[in-house]
Design a protein around this ligand. Structure first.
Ligand SMILES: [Zn+2]
Length: 273
């Protein structure tokens, strides 16, 4: 996404022109086939942005909507077959995460029940703008908050058809059913924390976030107290278990170096920082 305001969004781009924000998805190669975590914008959005994306967010976030940046294209660029994507695990159902679901009609979609309910109800102006029924046409498998514990956080295991290495970790506040998706890679855990934070520097002991990214989070939050609690829990997780868990968020354009060791061929993809 390229919202105007440069480093006031991403902390790095000089001037007040287009910033550079990612819509980070993860792809895992598993014994149950390919598993995608979040889907970013998809071909439907590229081909016909309105009404799949609401005009206010289309103009404010200015997504680049390039076909070769969709998850569908990225998977092909890796030499893999998008039809082998068997599962999609969603952090939440905002328009900038769910647009690619329809590019994988064979995949089972897994989401927290509170998120699916919120996306159906679409309460308030923000609810109408962020959850887009035109993107959310696939059936979804919904999960209520479970009783498992994962590094001291409540978690949902036993996701239907997925390997036992996957967990949904409820991290509410940005949206009601917002979750992290935790994956045991066998060489440490990766946690895709979605929009629980917008910049990885928010997880530092001295948290920092560029002002426009901070303001955007304030506007988009469904529950302030829950969001701040979630962020405190993620900081504790990083402080106490940072050597065992690599935390990623969606919109920070820079991938933490610790996460690159899990990547199959990071340099092979154009535009990957
Ligand atoms: Zn987002």
């Amino acid at each position: 996404m390229r919202p105007l305001g440069g480093k006031l969004w991403d902390g790095n781009t000089p001037g007040l022109g287009p910033a550079h924000l990612a819509c980070r998805c993860l792809l895992a190669e598993t014994e149950a086939g390919l598993v995608l975590v979040d889907t970013g914008f998809g071909m439907g959005d590229v081909n016909r942005p309105v009404p799949r994306i609401s005009r206010p967010f289309l103009y404010a976030d200015r997504p680049s909507l390039e076909a070769d940046q969709t998850a569908l294209s990225r998977i092909r660029q890796l030499g893999l077959d998008p039809r082998d994507v068997r599962h999609i695990v969603m952090t939440h159902l905002d328009f900038d995460h769910a647009g690619g679901i329809s590019d994988f009609p064979r995949a089972a979609v897994h989401v927290h029940a509170a998120e699916a309910a919120a996306a159906r109800e679409r309460r308030g102006t923000i609810g109408q703008l962020r959850w887009r029924p035109q993107q959310l046409t696939s059936p979804m498998r919904e999960y209520a908050t479970g009783t498992e514990s994962w590094f001291g956080l409540p978690a949902i295991g036993g996701l239907h058809g997925l390997p036992p290495s996957f967990r949904l970790v409820p991290l509410p506040g940005h949206t009601p059913g917002h979750c992290g998706v935790a994956i045991d890679t066998g060489q440490g855990w990766v946690l895709h924390a979605g929009d629980a934070v917008f910049m990885h520097s928010e997880l530092d002991e001295d948290p920092r976030c560029p002002p426009l990214s901070r303001a955007y989070q304030d506007v988009m939050e469904s529950d302030r107290a829950a969001r701040l609690t979630t962020q405190a829990q993620l900081r504790r997780l990083k402080r106490e278990h940072g050597d065992e868990v690599t935390i990623l968020c969606t919109h920070d354009p820079v991938t933490p170096p610790a996460a690159l060791r899990f990547a199959r061929a990071p340099a092979a993809l154009p535009g990957v920082a």
